[in-house]
Design a protein around this ligand. Structure first.
Ligand code: F6P
Length: 535
């Protein structure tokens, strides 16, 4: 299945992206696709017609359409956990019924959404209050998918905030909760304990700490705690009354859950109407993914570009570079989405994967990254495919000149990566600066840029709730397509279990209640050091 692509990669090792533009005047449009408010440009890559045809052929060979339709239809495509995968139902605002085991899940989804809206409005309008008055602050306690999605989206949509301030505590490190709670009024804070399983040790430890903080400070945990979970028996046992428990089903994966009750902090911050627009952005991307031909299908093209770069060309990482300060948590969010979904070495049928699994995903917002790690991206020996994203305009009309500079920087980076600078150009630069002879030659070499480095760019008019919804759903479907082509289950995460089990067995040892006998020498010595050095 990969032979033709490997052959195309090896066929002409000297191909230049710039040459592809020279050969095809319509390349920019021919290798860009638009849907809703997004334009995705993958023309600054070495993908040409033959490569694209071979990539698209993969989709047909593995019946991508059939797998996609099975997901949307509620089939149990998460085979290792025997579950459907239906985060798309959470944004199916006016689509038809969605059946799981013959039962339409949409009435339940819409009922829960209505409950979230009612609660959010009550909190926002001060109808729901704490012991000391209207709620001023919301603290979401969760980790992984129960944190990254709402934390990322709340920050991304800051210009739409007109509700209480939202804070996020995820790390079991006491520093995190101490720093967040330190400045808050326990009598006017709402705590949301967000955990799909309601067993995650970090979240439950933080939840108990927050409960003690609230009662010690005169707040009322019986009133000021809410929960988001699939485990209603456990939320009940924790003491959160059913009217403030927002449940969801096991067919919503943690890292795909921001669209439902896990998104409650976002709704509290921006209001139900703006949250609806976010859902509609996701829904618009679903409709596009379900109906567009592969060659015009944005998530498919994004996925195929990633597969070309990682599985075929062998570039080990992928940088996500949003030129948007408010998307500063997006790289971390995509990191979980991609690496927890596709970081697997066993195929769905139990056999070992014969191609590399998903890449390392990392990134920072521009322009900050330019002054930190872009040096390696431009001149390092390895190639890092870059995924740039930028809005045509910002939310600060008085600072429009800032935004123009931001856009110019974003476009300059992808141009520089593609174009590079030849030795002759570098020599001319040095000569123009008055340098001559051996010194010119030596200095010029340091100023050469190989160029021909691939990047994609996603542009949109402005970072609105609708646009954010489109972007998140775009990347979700991209991860799905990659997983289908690799033949893996993108919806389980067994790889996190072993560490959790060992942490549980180490806790009493680190507490000093059990000996480290039986642990390896390194672990035992590290425990010994910790025990000796704490008061
Ligand atoms: O340990 C990984 C994980 O299960 C993630 O998949 C999940 O998002 C996170 O932990 C939090 O899980 P929960 O929502 O059940 O607390």
């Amino acid at each position: 299945m990969w032979d033709e692509l490997n052959r195309l990669r090896d066929e002409d090792k000297d191909r230049r992206i710039m040459d592809l533009f020279e050969r095809d005047e319509g390349r920019a449009d021919g290798y860009s696709v638009e849907t809703g408010d997004l334009r995705f440009d993958y023309s600054k890559t070495l993908i040409d017609e033959a490569v694209r045809a071979a990539l698209i052929d993969l989709c047909d060979q593995i019946d991508l359409g059939g797998r996609r339709d099975a997901m949307f239809a509620g089939a149990a495509i998460n085979e290792t956990e025997g579950r459907a995968v239906l985060h798309t139902a959470l944004r199916n605002l006016d689509g038809g019924p969605v059946l799981v085991d013959g039962q339409d899940v949409m009435p339940g989804v819409l009922d829960m959404l209505a409950r979230m809206r009612a609660f959010a409005e009550d909190v926002r309008q001060g109808v729901f209050a704490g012991a000391g008055g209207a709620i001023t602050d919301v603290v979401n306690i969760g980790i992984g998918g129960s944190d990254l999605g709402p934390a990322m989206a709340t920050l991304a949509l800051a210009p739409y905030h007109d509700g209480p301030a939202c804070h996020f505590v995820s790390n079991v490190d006491g520093a995190h909760i101490a720093d967040v709670l330190g400045s808050l009024d326990p009598t006017r804070t709402l705590v949301i304990v967000a955990s799909k399983t309601f067993t995650t040790i970090e979240t439950m430890t933080n939840a108990r700490t927050a409960r003690a903080w609230m009662s010690d400070g005169g707040g009322d945990p019986g009133q000021q705690f809410a929960a988001v979970s699939t485990a209603l028996d456990k939320t009940n046992a924790f003491g959160i009354p059913p009217e403030r428990v927002f449940g969801f089903e096991d067919w919503v994966g943690g890292r795909y859950s921001v669209w439902g009750p896990i998104g409650l902090p976002v709704m509290l911050a921006i209001g139900p109407q703006a949250f609806d627009a976010f859902l509609r952005g996701g829904q618009a991307m679903d409709l596009h993914f379900r109906s567009a031909e592969w060659i015009e299908n944005m998530p498919v093209l994004l996925a195929l570009t990633g597969l070309w770069h990682h599985q075929i060309c062998g570039y080990p990482t992928r940088a996500v570079l949003p030129y948007d300060q408010r998307l500063s948590r997006l790289p971390a969010y995509f990191q979980q989405l991609e690496m927890e979904s596709n970081g697997k070495s066993v195929a769905m049928n139990g056999s070992a994967l014969t191609v590399p699994s998903g890449p390392v995903v990392w990134g920072e917002p521009g322009t900050n990254g330019q002054h930190a790690f872009y040096q390696l991206i431009h001149q390092g020996t390895g190639i890092v495919p870059c995924e740039f994203m930028v809005a045509a305009e910002g939310h600060e009309p008085d600072l429009a000149h800032h935004h123009r500079l931001l856009v110019a920087n974003c476009l300059a980076q992808s141009e520089a990566l593609m174009r590079g600078r030849t030795l002759d150009e570098a020599r001319a630069l040095m000569a123009a600066g008055g340098m001559t002879g051996d010194e010119l030659e030596r200095q010029a070499r340091h100023r050469v840029f190989a160029g021909n480095r691939p990047s994609t760019t996603l542009v949109y008019p402005q970072l609105t709730p609708f646009v954010l919804g489109q972007i998140i759903a775009l990347y979700e479907h991209r991860v799905f397509v990659e997983g289908v082509i690799l033949g893996i289950n993108s919806f389980d995460q067994w790889g996190v279990e072993l560490g959790k089990e060992l942490a549980t067995s180490l806790a009493p040892i680190v507490d000093g209640d059990q000996s480290a006998d039986g642990k390896d020498g390194s672990t035992a010595a590290l425990v010994d050091f910790v025990l000796k050095h704490r008061s």
